[in-house]
Design a protein around this ligand. Structure first.
Ligand code: ZN
Length: 370
């Protein structure tokens, strides 16, 4: 063995590191919470920087290299929760958000990734948004694994998790767009003036079908539940939220607002399975929004296969045939095959491994920052 690759999946809550040899054999795998450090803000670019995430990645990689007894690091690939800007994450909604607000240092919050890792290891690095990384994982290790001619592959990868986004591989190349942000299908408009989205707009698909959207929709409906004529409306979900609260040792007031804090995506699915009309409506809306966004993606990019991953999809694969049916109602292209990813929760990691290999081959320039 003459060296190894490091692949990172940096999510809002979890960071995973895969160490692999030249033949992509696994030498080590670590999963930890993303930066256990409290975000600290130092002046950086036109705003502030949270350095803890990269510091944590450096220490993870140092221990993994020691453990695997790897003599040299050939390349590092990073798939990171977006948005990605240059070698950094910029205002990632779930990273550093718990940090102290610093009115004395206004501006965006950056999470530098590439520079600190390059300084620590001196290895070539490629960084991409996690969905763009994941579609590379599909091309080389998933759907396209047995296909030698990658130029003949037309694939999309969609993540249905805390957020909702896509990556597209179009006949031999990754679709990136001018800033590397192509595939933001979560922000396709599905309802004018609809629910607020994390991006600042209203009525985006993500506001209905991501894990956070499902929760937000259920909370909003719980607060309005008293106005419903249906006596069963929201009853099961309220009960489940109450159980969730009690498990945390809290007894909230039995009103929609207080209980809403204890609603989780899995509780909404559980209530829908039990026939709670509120939860059923939330899941129906999620399916409709996802179907419209899948159709937007298919109409724009015409893939053969849409591979679906992410926590919500992996936990609820029964959603896929429903999303597929909704998608087909809005298509003007031959329907793609919609299927669950075979890479499970590792799609981004495998994509990051491809990035590490590309970095080692010297394809650094055009990919950093996208
Ligand atoms: Zn949005």
């Amino acid at each position: 063995m003459s060296g190894c690759y490091a692949a990172f999946d940096v999510g809002g809550t979890k960071t995973a590191l895969l160490l692999a040899d030249r033949r992509a054999n696994r030498l080590g795998l670590l999963r930890e919470s993303t930066s256990p450090e409290t975000p600290e803000a130092v002046s950086y670019r036109d705003g502030r920087a949270h350095l803890g995430v990269a510091r944590h990645m450096v220490s993870l990689l140092r221990s993994a290299l020691l453990e695997a007894d790897c003599p040299s690091l050939l390349g590092i690939g990073i798939g990171a929760a977006g948005p990605v800007d240059g070698g950094d994450m910029r205002n990632p909604p779930n990273v550093g958000a718990t940090g102290e607000d610093r009115p004395d240092r206004p501006g965006p919050l950056y999470v530098p990734l590439v520079d600190p890792l390059r300084e620590a290891f001196g290895a070539p690095i490629l960084l991409r948004n996690d969905c763009r990384a994941a579609v590379l994982g599909e091309v080389f290790f998933g759907v396209g694994r047995a296909v030698p001619d990658k130029d003949g592959l037309f694939l999309a990868y969609v993540t249905l998790s805390t957020g909702f986004g896509a990556g597209v591989w179009d006949g031999g190349h990754l679709v990136t767009g001018k800033d590397g942000n192509a595939g933001e299908v979560g922000h396709l408009l599905v309802r004018e003036g609809g629910l607020p989205c994390g991006c600042g707009n209203r009525g985006c698909a993500e506001a209905y079908c991501s894990g956070s959207g499902i929760v937000r929709n259920a909370r909003a409906r719980l607060q309005e539940a008293n106005a419903s004529d249906d006596a069963r409306y929201g009853v099961v979900l309220r009960q489940l939220a109450l159980e969730e609260a009690c498990a945390e040792g809290v007894v909230p007031a039995d009103d929609g607002g207080s209980l809403g804090r204890y609603v989780t995506p899995s509780r909404v699915f559980e209530a829908a399975e039990a026939g709670d009309p509120l939860a059923v409506a939330v899941i129906d809306e999620a399916v409709r929004a996802a179907g419209i966004a899948f159709a937007g993606l298919a109409n724009a990019c015409d893939p053969d296969v849409v591979s679906v991953g992410g926590g919500v999809a992996l936990a609820h694969p029964e959603l896929l045939p429903r999303i597929d049916a909704e998608m087909r109602r809005h298509l003007n292209v031959r329907p793609p095959q919609v299927q669950l990813t075979s890479l499970g929760e590792d799609a981004v990691l495998y994509g990051a491994l491809v990035l590490a290999q590309q970095a080692a081959e010297g394809r650094v320039g055009p990919s950093v920052g996208s």
